[in-house]
Ligand binder design. Sequence first.
Ligand SMILES: Nc1ncnc2c1ncn2[C@@H]1O[C@H](COP(=O)(O)OP(=O)(O)OP(=O)(O)O)[C@@H](O)[C@H]1O
Length: 227
Amino acid sequence: MLRLEGVEFARGGFRLAADISVPSGITAVIGPSGGGKSTLLSLIAGFEVPDRGRVLWDRRDLGPLAPGARLVAVLFQDNNLFPHLDVLANVALGLAPRTRPTSEDVSRARAALERVGLTGFEDRRPGALSGGQQSRAALARVLLTDRPVVLMDEAFSALGPALRGEMLDLVRDLLPDATILMVTHDPDDALRVAQQVIFVEEGRVAPPVPTKAFFDAPSEAVRRYLE
Ligand SMILES: Nc1ncnc2c1ncn2[C@@H]1O[C@H](COP(=O)(O)OP(=O)(O)OP(=O)(O)O)[C@@H](O)[C@H]1O
């Protein structure tokens, strides 16, 4: 289980505090702009370092581990695809970020592309893909890295509602065992795929609440945000 234990973080005038456990499945992270949602994900990914407290995965302190060694995969909003590499090479990078992919890496990348419905697009550059297809390629790379924690910071926000829904369904179906934190501004995203919701406001990170209870019986702060 992912746990943030007494985490405190300050940057400029902004302070964030989190003491939460995140169960496996999909957890939506919602709250007002500037509240600290992205910062929370950065602390888990290791892009930011807490001033106090620890980030733990299965009781193991992730603190000493660099982002690449953290068992955490990140699905970025811009998909983080290299424009000069074809789709297959972009996906294979998930396995071999620094070296040439082996033939086994390449066949695993092909299999991941098949799972996201991109067979036949291996040789295209990202610029020759639609937005939805680019998101699928980025998801294929996350599948391939096979990390237990997946962070999504408004990953599909550039897509229209129908496509975004499709992508969320795909994430849910293809990553059934992962612990997924998904930042979103759209309550419908949470209602569609998230089992629980974390509310983040002014640097306060609330513990996860089951999605139905979160929306059916919102706290005062949540009600204000949803209005
Ligand atoms: N690189 C940075 N340097 C300094 N302050 C930053 C930096 N990035 C974010 N902040 C500040 O930290 C606070 C939290 O920002 P954060 O991006 O985590 O909020 P958020 O909830 O993800 O917002 P949004 O919904 O608008 O994306 C804000 O006050 C923001 O201005």
